[in-house]
Design a protein around this ligand. Structure first.
Ligand code: ZN
Length: 129
């Protein structure tokens, strides 16, 4: 999974810039945490994943099952979703708040600003250490 994961996608960059501009400090790719979350805010004990709609099988208009190698893709993508579930469980068990943001939610300006306000709200309500 790590090898095919795209780095620095535009939606993720947009989120990082917005967090930074709002004064949130974060770290990237904490490999010592389950699933190496894309963005980690230690102060808020919050881990953020920016999920690509295709790779994580989002139920949205950007996801379509590939027409070729159907069996391969079904196994691969269902495996990703299953791994995501396990990752979140482990992180929550370790006391982390986990936010999953879909790329499509950050794609358009209108939806991305409401996505961002939700993220900020969750961070503000998170217990700070
Ligand atoms: Zn989506």
């Amino acid at each position: 999974m790590a090898a095919i994961k795209r780095r620095d996608t535009q939606p993720e960059m947009r989120l990082r810039r917005a967090l930074h501009a709002t004064g949130f400090r974060f770290r990237l790719d904490r490999r010592d945490l389950p699933g190496s979350p894309d963005i980690v805010l230690p102060k808020y004990r919050t881990a953020i994943f920016v999920h690509g709609c295709f790779w994580h099988r989002h139920n949205c208009r950007f996801f379509k099952w590939p027409k070729t190698r159907a069996e391969f893709w079904r196994e691969k993508l269902n495996g990703n979703v299953e791994r995501d579930r396990r990752t979140m469980r482990s992180l929550r068990r370790l006391g982390w708040q986990v936010l999953v943001i879909w790329e499509c939610e950050l794609r358009e300006n209108a939806s991305s600003s409401s996505t961002l306000s939700c993220i900020f709200a969750s961070l503000h309500s998170a217990k700070t250490s």
